[in-house]
Design a protein around this ligand. Structure first.
Ligand SMILES: *Cc1c(COP(=O)(O)O)cnc(C)c1O
Length: 466
């Protein structure tokens, strides 16, 4: 027995031999990673021989087997971690699924800018150093009526930078009804603290009056702030102070009024059949001194934060060293520039901004998309599941218009031999994962954000093999 084991162990290939045999893998994935995988595999075979006295196959066979296994494993490991998915959750601007898909003009701009040098901070007229925000500022100003604008990585950064610039070591007055938390990690009191400001809460959760703000003003006050209550609504016995009222108070006290608008709407959404939402231009015309909003919510562009308003304030913000740490890169800037330009022709928006296109898709079209999907599923998976076309409600998402839903259509899947959770997990394992929503013991696929039906069919075709 002892000598059997010795014989088997002797048959094991040397690691160098294995490495040579797996040369295509080392070329593709790098020597270090392949080497360490092969060592693990070889050790496992050695262990098996020691413990079970198992006969290893012939050396050639072992070489083949180990290389093959390593190849499969590395292929899995090297799959892109960040992948395209089908968002059939019914939440269109889904923060966990990357929010707004990019308009084609933005994609084209990014491709052309990414491959070489560009005039990011270079003034082509003078041949001198330029300012990166110049590429978008005039468009933001034209669309909002602001005197000046600057951009950062997201709206959280915009709020942080604005507060830090205008009110460090000072107090900022905010209504208790507006102390929002968004997605767990953005809490107004915490942002305030990190910005170095002291939050001065006024009023109560449901009611805040002008006199509450008024009586909170003191020597240490540096700004007043309004915050869009993005993901909730206070109804019933409630009252809030409008930006117009607050702005005249702020003006008298010689304080800037900041408005964190959240989703950053630039147009009359009712023209697209959507619920109305205050625009950036409205906020500024109401007397707000500086607004902040996201680029990838209702605007339908890249992730970024836009700060717009009085020129003196924007200049001050740009001089804050923190701006350097939060600034946008060239790809986001070029994407944002191209999206903003679309907004000068509102008639193009419904077609060319995917987020707005999906949000405004007519019900009949959704019905057709869902019926076709149902027919496909019934044809191919009749033995596995029953599916019906059901009315449902989509949400805009990202805290935009939280209490307003959009009538939509879903295909509801009821698996015959497994739980909806198991089916949902299988759909998530597909080459392009399909993400739905479980409700009433069914898996709902809301088709509002489904534009590539053929792509979905091709993907679902692989379901049998997974
Ligand atoms: C979404 C939101 C934020 C955070 O914006 P990000 O772009 O996600 O950083 C801040 N304030 C309000 C009111 C929001 O709705």
């Amino acid at each position: 027995m002892q000598s059997d084991i010795a014989v088997h162990l002797k048959k094991l290939p040397a690691i160098d031999t294995l490495l040579r045999h797996c040369a295509p893998l080392t070329e593709r994935y790098g020597r270090e990673i392949v080497l360490s995988e092969l060592q693990v595999k070889l050790q496992a075979v050695r262990q098996q021989i020691l413990e079970e006295g198992v006969t290893a196959a012939t050396r050639e066979h072992l070489l083949e087997q180990i290389c093959e296994q390593t190849s499969c494993q590395l292929e899995q490991a090297f799959q892109p971690s960040l992948r395209s998915v089908f968002n059939l959750t019914g939440i269109i601007l889904h923060t966990n699924l990357g929010r707004a898909p990019y308009p084609q003009v933005a994609i084209d701009a990014m491709i052309s800018i990414s491959s070489g040098a560009c005039n990011l901070e270079y003034n082509l007229a003078t041949g001198k150093r330029g300012r990166r925000d110049d590429h978008v500022e005039k468009w933001i100003c034209a669309l909002t009526g602001a005197q000046a604008a600057t951009t950062v990585n997201n709206n959280a950064a915009a709020v942080l930078l604005t507060l830090n610039t205008l009110a460090r070591k000072k107090e900022v007055i905010v209504s208790r009804g507006e102390l929002i938390e968004i997605g767990g990690s953005f809490r107004m009191p915490a942002i305030m603290k990190k910005a170095g400001c002291k939050l001065r809460e006024v009023g109560t959760t449901n009611r805040t009056h002008l006199k509450d703000y008024q009586s909170a003003v003191n020597k240490r006050t540096a700004a007043m702030m309004k915050v869009h209550t993005s993901n909730y609504e206070i109804n019933g016995f409630s009252s809030e102070v409008t930006a117009t009222e607050l702005s005249s108070l702020a003006q008298k006290a010689n304080l800037p009024l900041i408005d964190d608008m959240g989703s950053g709407n630039l147009i009359d959404l009712t023209a697209l059949g959507l619920p109305g939402e205050r625009t950036a231009a409205q906020a500024l015309s109401e007397g707000v001194d500086v607004i902040t909003f996201s680029g990838d919510k209702l605007l339908g562009g890249p992730q970024c934060g836009i700060i717009a308003g009085k020129k003196s304030i924007i200049e001050q913000i740009d001089r804050n060293p923190m701006k350097r740490a939060l600034r946008l890169d060239k790809l986001t800037l070029t994407a944002l520039e191209s999206v903003l330009k679309l907004y000068t022709t509102p008639t193009r928006l419904r077609n060319e901004v995917p987020a707005l296109r999906m949000l405004s898709r007519p019900l009949e079209e959704l019905q057709d998309t869902a019926s076709a999907l149902q027919a496909f599923l019934t044809t191919h998976f009749n033995s596995e599941l029953t599916c019906t076309v059901d009315a449902c409600q989509s949400q805009i998402g990202s805290g935009a218009l939280p209490t307003k839903t959009l009538p939509s259509v879903a295909v509801a899947l009821a698996p015959k031999h497994q739980s909806p959770d198991t089916l949902a997990a299988r759909l998530r394992q597909l080459p392009q994962p399909v993400i739905g929503r479980i409700s009433h013991n069914k898996l709902y696929l809301d088709v509002r954000a489904l534009e590539d039906s053929q792509g979905l069919y091709n993907t679902l075709g692989a379901l049998g093999q997974h």
